[in-house]
Design a protein around this ligand. Sequence first.
Ligand code: AP5
Ligand code: MG
Length: 213
Amino acid sequence: MNIILLGPPGAGKGTQARHLVDTRGMVQLSTGDMLRDAKSSGTEMGKKVAAIMDAGKLVTDEIVIGLIEEKLSAESGAGFIFDGFPRTLAQADALSALLAKLGQSLHTVIEMRVDDDALVKRITGRFTCGDCGEVYHDETKPTAEDGKCDNCGSTNMVRRADDNEDSLRTRLMEYYKKTSPLIGYYYAKGDLRPVNGLADITEVQKSIEAILG
Ligand code: AP5
Ligand code: MG
């Protein structure tokens, strides 16, 4: 079963994807994580995208489609969770073609609905374990022990360079201009299932479980 988690920055895509990996053995394909890995390992591509990402703009379709194509042929599991991909209509068409080539299809597109005021709070309070990737929040999901990851015990906590109000404004603008048309696109295809992303993390998990069955 292959699914897309679709929603604006801070909607909870990464948080919910991790839960589905843990409970169902699905494979999370986050283009944001892939690009951040390329950035921190200093590859040519990473250097090329760093400033674009920090400013909150979308990187080119060609780069992200290439990343997804590489992963789709290398990974397998109980289905893929596309987190932060596709983000443009060209990416959506490329995904259909890539899945068709592998004899696979898309099961559901989960639209995570959150209002813009909540997103600012979520983004400015977010931090992540630099070792295992667990996602936290200063207020809604703090670590049990200050500065120590509940999941792996690491004290290497990181905040993203684009998690500030200026970049968030650009990220939101990119979302509304280029990504939100995908809501209509997948609705028309009959694949779209909305969930209330404003509910507690566990409530959102339950809504997604109910959709996936
Ligand atoms: P990406 O990494 O995908 O960032 P994003 O879409 O901006 O989304 P976020 O990761 O910020 O949010 P999320 O929905 O995963 O929320 P999270 O679960 O962390 O992309 C980064 C950049 O890479 C882009 O700007 C672009 O430059 C580039 N890029 C990536 N993909 C691309 C593509 N396909 N094409 C072109 N460019 C691309 O949660 C956020 C916070 O809220 C956390 O602190 C969490 O604990 C908290 N939280 C989560 N759920 C809840 C809840 N229900 N209640 C309360 N708090 C919650
Ligand atoms: Mg994310």
